[in-house]
Design a protein around this ligand. Sequence first.
Ligand SMILES: C[S@@+](CC[C@H](N)C(=O)[O-])C[C@H]1O[C@@H](n2cnc3c(N)ncnc32)[C@H](O)[C@@H]1O
Length: 254
Amino acid sequence: MTTSLDANQYAPREIRKYEAIYGRHFVSPGGEACARDCVARLALGKGDSVLDVGSGLGGSAFLMAREYGARVHGIDLSANMVALAVAKCREEKLEDLVRFTCGDCLDLAASQIYQAIYSRDVILHIEDKLRLFETLRQALVPGGRLLFTDYCRGEGSASEEFESYVAERGYHLYSLAGYHKCLRKAGFVDIVSEDWTAQFITIHRQELDQLPAAGLSADDEAELRQGWQKKIARAERGEQRWGCFTARRDQLAT
Ligand SMILES: C[S@@+](CC[C@H](N)C(=O)[O-])C[C@H]1O[C@@H](n2cnc3c(N)ncnc32)[C@H](O)[C@@H]1O
């Protein structure tokens, strides 16, 4: 299955650029260090089953398996990402604990149940977020944990530059409060929304500083530099935000 993501934002060359700036096996802000902080919040135990929604190149899945002994199912819509993740999993010798499937997280099989669901900067791609959260809630055991980070929009009106960036990418961004409301509507409990915009700015500045050492061509480096500078400026203006969300399926879930 080839999607428009495979032909555009996640074409092989684009994935290579993202991995060069985010770090080995990652396609999201802060790479491994940030993934480690996020995963720690799930308090995983050995053998816990975890769904990684939009698993990308598999960096977080490998970390959960290697450091916590979790059994991880990564699902991703991009065939390019899944092919690379499968090869990396073999290299990391984690095939006993980690598996990847190519598919849309909105179409999760009803029979698949997990103790935790994790997702990093994926939900910005999904328009019907209520349907997604209802699907994810059903895929959790009673009391099961959800953690995700995502690009968000500020509460006020945004500049034309911001709106054209969002439209060009095909993103669907909620405010932090919008996410909170949607999670509640989907039946999640113990919802905590944290504004991580300050970390987003710090991380993107660090990634910019490290860019010259990434070994990219001059054109690729210049393109990433410009994109990162724009992201930082949008975040500094408060139009673009970054949220970390945790929630649970209620214990007496029906
Ligand atoms: C920014 S990347 C993040 C990848 C990974 N979570 C990480 O932290 O490195 C977003 C990922 O979401 C995937 N994605 C987008 N829409 C999806 C969908 N409907 N179902 C599953 N994955 C999706 C993309 O293919 C891409 O791999």
